[in-house]
Design a protein around this ligand. Sequence first.
Ligand SMILES: [Mg+2]
Length: 334
Amino acid sequence: LPAVSSLRESDLVARLRRRVGTPPAWITIGIGDDAAVVEPPRGALEVLTTDSLIEDVHFRRAWTAARAIGGKAVAVNLSDLAAMGATPRAILLSLALPADLPVDDFDALVDGVVSAAESHGAVLAGGNLARSPGPLVVDVTAIGEVRRRRVLSRSGARAGEYLYLTGSVGGAAAGLALLASGADREALEPTLKECIDRYEQPVPRLRCGRVVAGSRAASGCIDLSDGLASAARQLAEASGTGLLLEAEALPIHPGASTWASRADLDAVQFAVAGGEDYELLFAVPARRERAFLAAFRRCRDLPVTRVGRLRAEPGAWISRAGSLEPLPTGFEHF
Ligand SMILES: [Mg+2]
């Protein structure tokens, strides 16, 4: 198999450009110049975020296909935009490529990046290619827009407000554990296979972030990159409150429950500590709860669940069968 080291940088850029196609008119200068030049969004603020996926820290090339790695590098950034109530506009891609990376994997990685961006309305506007003496690094910067009065942040919440969570938790952590255990994914039952998909192909909750931001029914929001326990703590800390989750209310992914019981782990602890679900956690004042739920009905088929509340008493707790337990701490990659 030919490796990227057999091609010049200009050849790789040409392959990338072919995949991206013609940029929209608001990109005055796109891929191929020293920098990209874009027309700013009219009447909106720009939202900027960056995050990288590093081989053997965030993914293993032996476990996950190149296309999925590219898609996930975009999704984790778009999830941050979703948590701000923003709409994606453009991304920048910086790749550090090991010399032995097959050209086919380079093409698949780029296809994953561009497909994920396109599916959420973002354009790849530029980036950088470099050789890596070690791991493959996929670094993405995402740029979005949001109207001034619709910005969601972590710090606007107050004690007494409810915590609402989109989707389910624990699935991605179960997917990672399954890959690490060497499970044959083709032989897995559907709910467990779905866990691997949740780990490898997270779906940024952009529509929900936008709809809730537009309703102005939430006082704060954060995405679940490092798990529910970590996200809830960060939201509470930024707002200067304590927090209480309810174990019985948690929407634990069925595959996570199955994995936890097989691995002899506590499903609740596993699900709240497990990372990478990329759901959104909202703080909602009681008087805005009906407006929040009404707005949420426009989030297509995504469920939302009240999982706890912020409270004046300090500390992070989870209640189960009538007693309080300290909330587990978060998740570490590998
Ligand atoms: Mg985030």
